[in-house]
Design a protein around this ligand. Structure first.
Ligand code: MSP
Length: 582
């Protein structure tokens, strides 16, 4: 079987390949970016940031970009009265801007209109052709312009009243089309694709593996991989046959190869991708077509397809006609971009659709980023309590006594001890909501500890004045903040950096291995400083106000008047979110 030969290549590849190549889908330029698009990119970015943090020796590479060919794009440009190339430039640039503002740390942004990509597509086509997987045939069927694909009867809905057929999946009308074009022998790859899907957790969450296997239980028809140039001309010509252009999905999928330099040999340093992040609507194209194309070309399919569900807005599908499309840049004005990233990763789960609502975003961000995380930093670094503005080192004697005498101190220690292992296993599965949950639980424990140990009664001049004990309490609290900052870097990179800056944590001490350095791991150290050693000065340049509460627009003026308050536990639907499929 072909797949066995490819497995041998894989063995050789993984031995010498320290690359961890990750991709997002490339985004259509027929409309502006919305939060659903950003979600695909933020998942891939958080995944890569975690990989860099956890495995610093790995060569992590993230590629994103724009998908610019096809009738849809041509139509959108003419609707706007703009030449199609200029239209593509403009929308592609908007994606870049959104991604820059959302701190998406991509190594490459590829556009399918670039020459390097056209060369890769031509080469890939020739490889399939030379290997005998492409043939010419007369083809007829129901074609959906919007989906850029032919659909079978079972994928259609007939409106009896008008006689019009619509794509069941997208709802767009289809038209009967008869033409000569090139076909790819997809039918011959049925077993190999099924084998690939079933092996080694290739498609996650498991729900999507099942969907693919259901599709694969029916015979796969061959698929048309070209269109007549006179019908679709904003596309890449078929090599050696100008009368046809390459099917836009074949063109688009090859971007993952073009980005790493295919067909030049250097591409093999990154191939295959470790993970490809996609939305559920493009599962078939990646799980079946892409896998088969790669196998046919003698290349290894990706390590994993990570499939996410969709965002609805106030319970409704996002669409231009409903005027409910959420622009990430506008949403960021309300929540900040870090707030938006946190909300998407905190509230979204891959296996089922998420609902975007202002009320929910406001509630989560206020309760978690403002009240639980930000407020604790403000309290521990308040001048009244911490006039020297330090991140103190704890006294071994008081630390031991607090851990012995206060349940809340012990609970904080326990949750910090578990933080690294738990978050690691959640990150490994892209369960970002569980990382946030675990970190918030640790921060709740820290808030409880801080509140119960009443550090303000220990201040100089207060009846129980005891500087060493006060500093120990602040040190333990700051350790909890520091560890949370390290863990949250992949999810809210800018905010986590600000937190770690404020605490004067050197860049070299922000790696995953530093989660093992805190009072929690060395409580009995006879050598007083636990955590990271000597007391240090907090960074006076960085504000201790990490995240401003989001107020209703009418009362926005009040933002400045806020005072730090004890944190309350969020009442969000935590249980529901915990039920994540593996
Ligand atoms: N151009 C193709 C992909 C080609 S990849 C070789 C495409 N583009 S898209 O712009 O329509 O979608 C890009 C990504 O955005 C997909 O992963 C899609 O699932 C995601 N989303 C689009 N709408 C979405 C939501 N409402 N919610 C979450 N993600 C959604 O498909």
């Amino acid at each position: 079987m072909l797949i066995r030969r490819i497995k041998c290549l894989r063995y050789l590849g993984t031995r010498y390949n320290s690359s961890h190549y990750v991709t997002t889908p490339i985004f259509y330029v027929n409309a502006a970016p919305h939060i659903g698009h950003l979600y695909s990119a933020v998942i891939a970015d958080a995944h890569c940031r975690y990989q860099r943090l956890r495995y610093p020796e790995q060569d992590v590479r993230l590629c994103t970009g724009t998908d610019e060919h096809g009738t849809k794009i041509q139509q959108a440009a003419s609707l706007h009265g703009v030449p199609v190339a200029k239209y593509c430039d403009d929308i592609s640039q908007r994606y870049r801007e959104v991604f820059r503002s959302a701190s998406i740390q991509q190594d490459d942004f590829i556009r399918t209109t670039e020459d390097r990509h056209k060369r890769a597509v031509a080469n890939f086509w020739r490889t399939l052709h030379t290997r005998g997987h492409i043939y010419s045939a007369a083809y007829s069927g129901w074609y959906c312009v919007s989906d850029e694909t032919f659909l079978t009867d079972s994928q259609l809905r007939l409106d009896e009243a008008t006689g019009t057929r619509y794509s069941l999946e997208s709802g767009h009308p289809v038209e009967w089309t008869e033409e000569t074009n090139y076909m790819f022998r997809l039918s011959q790859f049925q077993d190999d694709v099924r084998h690939w899907v079933k092996t080694e957790a290739r498609v996650r969450p498991a729900k999507f593996e099942k969907i693919l296997l259901d599709t694969l239980s029916e015979p796969l028809p061959d698929v048309s991989v070209s269109r007549p140039s006179n019908r679709v001309h904003w596309a890449i010509p078929v090599p050696d046959d100008d009368s046809q252009t390459v099917y836009v999905w074949l063109d688009a999928l090859v971007n993952y190869l073009s980005s790493v330099g295919y067909p030049d040999e250097k591409f093999s340093a990154h191939w295959p991708p470790a993970q490809q992040v996609i939305g559920k609507d493009i599962l078939k194209f990646h799980g079946i077509y892409w896998t088969a194309f790669l196998l046919a070309a003698g290349l290894e399919p990706p390590g994993q397809l990570y499939v996410h569900s969709h965002w609805t807005v106030d319970g409704q599908k996002m669409s231009k006609s409903k005027h409910n499309v959420v622009d990430p840049l506008q949403a960021a004005q309300q929540y900040t971009m870090e707030g938006l990233r946190y909300f998407l990763l905190r509230e979204g789960v891959a296996h089922s659709d998420g609902n975007y609502s202002h009320v929910k975003a406001q509630r989560i961000l206020n309760s978690e980023l403002a009240d639980t995380l930000g407020n604790l930093l403000s309290r521990a670094s308040a001048k009244s309590l911490n006039p020297g503005q330090i991140y103190p080192s704890p006294s071994a004697e008081h630390l031991a006594d607090l851990l012995r005498s206060l349940d809340v101190a012990k609970r904080l220690q326990d949750s910090l001890l578990q933080l690294s292992e738990r978050c690691e296993s959640h990150y490994e599965c892209n369960h970002f909501h569980l990382v946030a949950d675990t970190t918030m639980a640790a921060l709740h424990a820290a808030n409880n500890f801080f509140e119960s140990s009443k550090p303000w009664t220990l201040k100089a001049g207060a009846p129980d004045g005891n500087q060493a004990r006060l500093e120990t309490i602040i040190a333990m609290t700051m350790d909890a903040l520091r560890l949370s900052g390290i863990v949250l870097q992949p999810i809210i990179p800018q905010l986590a950096n600000r937190l770690l800056d404020k605490l004067s944590v050197p860049t070299a001490q922000r790696g995953w291995n530093y989660l093992a350095e805190s009072f929690a791991t060395s409580p009995n150290s006879s050598n007083s400083p636990a955590g990271l050693g000597e007391s240090r000065q907090l960074d006076g340049q960085t504000s201790a106000l990490l995240f401003q509460r989001i107020l209703e627009e009418t009362s926005a003026k009040e933002v400045k008047e806020q005072k730090p308050q004890p944190a309350k536990r969020s009442k969000s639907k935590k249980k529901e979110r915990r039920e994540t499929m593996s």
